[in-house]
Design a protein around this ligand. Structure first.
Ligand code: SF4
Length: 757
């Protein structure tokens, strides 16, 4: 067994020297692009003979364990007193506040590089310099120290010795994984139809370092058919981690179950499930500051012990497991789960940990991405989610409130907020409805930088109260806006958005395919799969697919005779809804009357649902109605009423929490009706998407309205047949279902339809 481990100088030093608290007021707002630009500015000033980004490596051996320490120092400078290792740090802090002891981790990092270089060149002593650059003023402050090789050697030896016990644990768990994979067999007695094909395609995709788009219908067992081959592929050279990404919490549980099945067959690896911060937070309010939260206070002093404990004693690090160890060690459960992603083999979480430029896991370095495979479940959802993730806004009203709130307490902050407010007022002009901003003139970046800097200073100086909480919210909004502003190109539009009298400037991502493909290509392999990647070309296009990607479309394992499909050509258009609501209720009742059982009816909006419900009440039927903002418990209560042999009618909203990811098998569901074709209302944003794709030679109307709408219809209809023995009826109510544009989008396995009048 290979007992070699590689670690970067940065990770090593941060493991050993991290200490203190989590404090979300102290997070640097330096963006990646900005940070790189600041580094480059300093490096440009280097003189002849100086070098930048110098790769350094040293190997240590301790009792049969080899540790390869790697890294790149920012600069290797030549001076009259010999070489200087330069480390550049951008900072939002005032340079006067910094002294030479401000950042022990940075010093340790620079000394790590200095040791490697001094040892390699056999130098008796070497100089180490920290160069701080103030982000706003671009002023610099430097600290220079000289170290003897002897001092550096004993420093690094101490670091390595301290790290070794953790390294042994990491190697131990890696060995457990490597031993358990070769003999791991498929955790079920046999493959279902289509499963073997999907599993084979996933394995081959990872083996060949390519990407796969797979449409695999409900019932095939997609989770195990993708996770099992991906786990087996961890035996391949350079394949270390799996990210299983989902849109919904429920599918995360399915992934955990699949790993448990494999665990029962002998697989030993560490998986961690990431839960959204506000859900897993132990406090009533998520204020991540040491004076408010005991789990933030001293987090970094206790985290190493917590990591060792959980990694040595658990394999499936689900939410309850993380919570229990977080309580035991008094560490924040959210930050703890993020720290666990460094060591876990499988990470289960929302799309945003990889795809959202505002929250993605920055700790995943390029080299690690090359050893990581993404499994993107229900990936049809990623199109709209990516649009949201790559969009950002600035609300006029919030900046006005800030400028007024802080006028006497912090004039600089008030002025910085006021400057943005005035820019927004200027941009809005006389407009009374949303408009496209052709050219976002002005110095938005500078104004935002100024505001962020002042906000950061203020937040650092005050304990939490309502006023600073509001400031923190706007601070994050401004930070997100700035991040997205850096990315704006022809795939975006800037919108002056006016809704309910409020004005926002919005950076709107029209086409996320470009950013998705840029993100995806950094990884070894990606597998996009869903039951409804339909139309296939549209989804492959929108998810950033390339010509040479693998594609797979598996037939349904179910028989079309299991579904009685009817189309009722009734108008559900907005202007006819009042007129046709009574007839519609009658059509729904006829479906119920025809066969006793449980039914789910889906409507395009709450308002429309209520309108039809008022008419439906005249019939004798038990009805459960979806309410707005139902939490997980109420969602479960709603679904638990669908019992085998029951006679319940559920009224729900298309595209809502009951139209996807709901699994009511057998007689828990006997029929589904979908009212309308799922079209989103006409809006400026949808129209911009339409025009954009039309110009690109696609059918803009289909891309903006028809395909996303029909996906919701297919998802809702897909609730009905969940196993080989399920039977039932699907009623599609809208005359447009009978036009070729829509009939061609109906899935083959729904079979032929009858028309009811
Ligand atoms: S427990 Fe909650 S408030 Fe405390 S640090 Fe974690 S997320 Fe923040």
């Amino acid at each position: 067994m290979d007992s070699t481990m590689t670690i970067s100088v940065r990770d090593l030093m941060s493991y050993i020297y991290r200490a203190g608290h989590i404090d979300n007021r102290f997070r640097s707002n330096t963006t990646l692009v900005e940070g790189t630009a600041i580094h480059q500015d300093v490096q440009k000033m280097y003189e002849e003979g100086d070098e930048k980004e110098v790769a350094l490596e040293h190997t240590f051996t301790r009792e049969q364990l080899t540790l390869r320490l790697q890294g790149r120092c920012d600069g290797l400078l030549q001076s009259d007193h010999g070489p200087v290792i330069d480390e550049i740090k951008s900072t939002a802090r005032d340079l006067d506040e910094l002294d030479e002891d401000s950042d022990p981790v940075y010093w340790a990092q620079a000394k790590g590089y200095a040791f490697i270089y001094a040892d390699r060149e056999d130098l008796e002593e070497i100089q180490v310099q920290l160069t701080y650059v103030q982000k706003q003023s671009k002023e610099k402050k430097r600290f220079l120290k000289t170290f003897s090789k002897e001092a550096l050697t004993s420093f690094i030896d101490e670091c390595i010795d301290q790290y070794m016990s953790y390294a042994r644990i990491i190697l131990h768990i890696r060995e457990q994984k490597q031993h358990s994979i070769p003999d791991l067999s498929f955790p079920f007695p046999s493959y279902r139809e289509g499963q073997r094909k999907l599993a084979g395609s996933v394995y081959r995709t990872i083996q060949e370092k390519r990407d796969l788009f797979a449409q695999a219908p409900t019932g095939i067992g997609k989770t195990i058919s993708t996770l099992f081959p991906a786990v087996k592929a961890m035996d391949l050279e350079g394949m270390e981690k799996i990210y299983y990404l989902t849109a919904k919490t429920i599918t995360r549980t399915t992934a955990e179950e699949a790993l448990q099945f494999m665990g029962d067959k002998g697989l030993v690896l560490r998986s961690v499930t990431l839960t959204a911060k506000d859900k897993i937070c132990f406090q009533d309010e998520t204020i991540c500051q040491p004076d408010y939260c005991e789990f933030a206070d001293g987090y970094y002093d206790r985290i190493n012990e917590a990591l060792v404990d959980i990694l040595m004693n658990e394999t499936l690090l689900s939410r309850p497991v993380i919570e229990s160890y977080a309580k035991k060690h008094k560490v924040c459960p959210f930050e703890f789960s993020l720290d666990l992603t460094n060591e876990a083999d499988v990470i289960i979480g929302d799309y945003n940990y990889i795809y959202d430029p505002k929250v993605s896991l920055r700790r995943l370095l390029p080299d690690q991405k090359k050893k990581t495979t993404l499994l993107v479940d229900e990936s049809h959802n990623l199109v709209e989610r990516a649009r949201e993730m790559y969009s950002a806004h600035l609300p006029e009203r919030e900046f006005l409130i800030l400028s007024e709130d802080w006028e006497y307490e912090n004039e600089r902050l008030s002025k910085a907020a006021e400057a943005i407010y005035k820019d927004l007022v200027r941009l809005r002009g006389e407009a009374s409805e949303s408009f496209v901003v052709e050219d976002l003139q002005g110095e938005w970046e500078e104004s935002l930088e100024r505001f962020l800097e002042q906000a950061e200073r203020q937040l650092q100086s005050e304990p939490v109260d309502d006023q600073s909480e509001h400031l923190l919210d706007v601070y994050f909004t401004a930070q997100s806006f700035l991040r997205i502003l850096e990315l704006v190109d022809e795939h975006f539009k800037v919108i002056g958005d006016i809704s309910q009298g409020e004005f926002n400037v919005k950076l709107f991502c029209l086409d996320p395919s470009h950013v998705l493909s840029e993100t995806t290509k950094a990884f070894r392999s990606s597998v996009f799969f869903s039951a409804t990647l339909s139309p296939f070309g549209y989804y492959k296009d929108m998810l950033g697919g390339k010509k040479d990607d693998y594609i797979l479309q598996l037939p349904s394992p179910y028989d079309s005779s299991q579904i009685d499909l009817v189309v009722a050509p009734l108008s559900t258009r907005y202007k006819t809804r009042e007129q046709t609501a009574g007839r519609l209720a009658g059509l729904l009742y006829e479906q119920v009357k025809k066969q006793k059982g449980n039914y789910l009816f889906f409507f395009p909006s709450y308002h429309y649902m209520d309108l039809v419900y008022q008419h439906f009440k005249q019939y004798e039927a038990d009805v459960a109605v979806q309410e707005q903002g139902m939490d997980e418990d109420r969602r479960e209560d709603f679904l638990s009423q669908f019992v085998p042999g029951g006679e319940l009618v559920g009224f729900a909203v298309l595209g809502g929490i009951f139209s996807e990811g709901v699994d009511l098998r057998g007689d828990r569901l006997n029929g589904v009706a979908v009212v309308g074709i799922g079209l989103a209302p006409r809006s400026l944003e949808k129209e911009l998407i339409k025009d954009y794709f039309q110009e690109k030679g696609r059918n803009g109307y289909d891309y903006a309205y028809v395909y996303p709408g029909m996906n919701k219809v297919l998802q809702a209809g897909g609730r009905l047949i969940r196993s080989e023995s399920d039977q039932g009826s699907i009623q599609l109510i809208d005359d447009r279902f009978l036009t070729p544009r829509y009939t061609t989008l109906l899935p083959e396995d729904w079979g032929d339809y009858r028309i009811v009048k």
